[in-house]
Design a protein around this ligand. Structure first.
Ligand code: MRU
Length: 355
């Protein structure tokens, strides 16, 4: 096992936001520095950084960068600049709620601390962004502990997209229970969906699991049903970009198909996510905005056309899995089972009170 890679940080602060450029993985592992707010917005939009918790942490650092670069010399002007930064960051990607959750949290802290001297206020804003990063890693490790307890009877696990360390501050959400079970000595094998069109499974999840030393088999998305029919899959674990108040789950396109297949084959379908992904303001999945990405990500692969020029292509980047298809939701505060609504509410309230 390669220890430095195993404990890889995805996003961090070094005089400004730093992040691993995930568009270049697995061929090249390089970090990029964001020196302007536009750099941060672009990194999120172009998916140099991606995964709901990771873009939340990045956006929090984006707010700290906006505060650092602001020329304001009174709190009111700094808060105006932060409000503008929040609007720009929130617009970078619409589906993952962690982004707006993080920018709102930083802004609220700044508003509450507005009596501080301006430089202390800037420090307070950065401290909150650092707290969001640190808490995210701690939440992922707690998800790992709760989720691993569910996996003791399972050996072959299927996952979709990348909900590993790269999608969070560190350690991952859907991969966290797998990693913890592996660290406890359990023998596991993971089916990794390649996850068309951005190939987060093939490029990122396969790379992470291989680096950690967890056995995996890479499959195309369309093979998942076949392996379930063969009895080769014991359970499915995915992450989430937003969980509505009723338990409906938005996650990477293709997740809904897996949930339907899981139900057809009576395989548990688990969702792993921190409470920062639960959005009580969105009543159900119908109200979750689904990001539509460019058709070129479908018609081209690695810059090479794989479809006739001019063909029409659709690219919803996420889909919604109705809560009835979800066996359990694994959070940092424990595992919850249907009906989800009341448990989700009390988890979010407890998380807010705990801060
Ligand atoms: O478009 P992406 O790569 O940002 O989508 C990521 C996912 O859908 C993940 O499954 C989700 O964010 C959970 S990550 C811990």
């Amino acid at each position: 096992m390669n220890e430095p890679l195993h404990n890889l940080r995805t996003v961090w602060w070094d005089s400004g936001p730093m992040l691993i450029d995930q568009t270049l993985l697995p061929a090249t592992l390089v970090s990029v520095r964001c020196t302007t707010l536009d750099d941060v917005v672009r990194a999120i939009r172009t998916m140099q950084v991606r995964g709901a918790p990771a873009i939340g942490v990045t956006a929090a650092y984006g707010m700290a960068l906006a505060a650092k670069l602001s020329r304001a010399d009174v709190a009111a002007s700094l808060l105006d600049d932060l409000q503008r930064a929040k609007v720009a960051l929130d617009a970078a990607r619409p589906t993952a709620i962690n982004l707006a959750w993080a920018t709102r949290r930083v802004l609220q802290v700044a508003e509450r601390a507005s009596e501080l001297a301006i430089d202390q206020l800037r420090e307070r804003i950065l401290a909150e962004a650092e707290a969001i990063r640190d808490e995210d890693e701690a939440m992922c490790r707690a998800i790992g502990r709760h989720g691993a307890d569910l996996l003791t009877e399972h050996r072959n696990i299927l996952t979709h997209c990348n909900a590993g360390g790269l999608a969070t501050a560190a350690y991952g959400t859907a991969l966290a229970p797998i990693r913890t079970a592996h660290e406890r000595g359990q023998l596991l094998h993971v089916f990794v969906d390649e996850t068309r069109p951005f190939l987060q499974g093939a490029r990122l999840t396969a790379w992470e699991l291989q680096t950690i030393g967890i056995p995996l088999t890479l499959i195309t998305d369309s093979m998942a049903g076949h392996f379930m029919q063969q009895g080769a899959v014991d359970c499915i674990i995915v992450g989430a970009d937003r969980i509505a108040a009723n338990g409906d789950v938005a996650n990477k396109i293709g997740t809904y198909t897996l949930a339907v297949l899981a139900q057809a084959h009576q395989i548990p379908f688990y969702v792993a996510a921190p409470t920062s992904t639960i959005d009580l303001a969105t009543p159900d999945g119908e109200h979750i905005p689904i990001e539509q990405r460019s058709a070129e990500e479908i018609t081209h692969l690695g810059g090479v056309a794989i479809a006739p020029a001019g063909v029409s292509a659709a690219h919803p980047a996420f889909d919604v899995t109705p809560q009835q298809l979800v066996t359990a939701i694994i959070t940092e505060r424990g595992v919850i089972y249907p009906p989800f609504q009341a448990s989700l509410r009390s988890m979010v309230e407890a998380a807010e009170q705990g801060r």
